[in-house]
Design a protein around this ligand. Structure first.
Ligand SMILES: [Zn+2]
Length: 89
């Protein structure tokens, strides 16, 4: 085996290792950054949240203002939103 061929093979091997290493590193970075990513839209599944139909805010039901509207319970972030909903319907 020529020394040049051996060098090329070694270089290829090194490239494969580096590439695999970067892929693992990128995967770790992805896994770390993902749980903190959602800034908009519904929060994490698992935590039961309700949506204010007026302004679209998600909030836990225990801190929401409720209104029973034709048998269905509606949740609001504030009395202002509740009144706005009442005025709308
Ligand atoms: Zn609201």
């Amino acid at each position: 085996m020529g020394i040049l061929l051996r060098f090329v093979l070694l270089l290829l091997l090194a490239m494969l290792i580096v590439r695999a290493f970067w892929r693992v590193l990128a995967g770790v970075v992805d896994g770390v950054s993902q749980p903190k990513a959602p800034r908009s839209g519904p929060p994490d599944r698992g935590v039961q949240m309700v949506r204010d139909p007026v302004c679209g805010t998600f909030l836990p039901p225990e801190s929401a203002i409720t209104l029973t509207d034709r048998g269905a319970v509606r949740y609001f972030c504030s009395e202002k939103c509740r009144d706005a909903y009442k005025a709308r319907t």
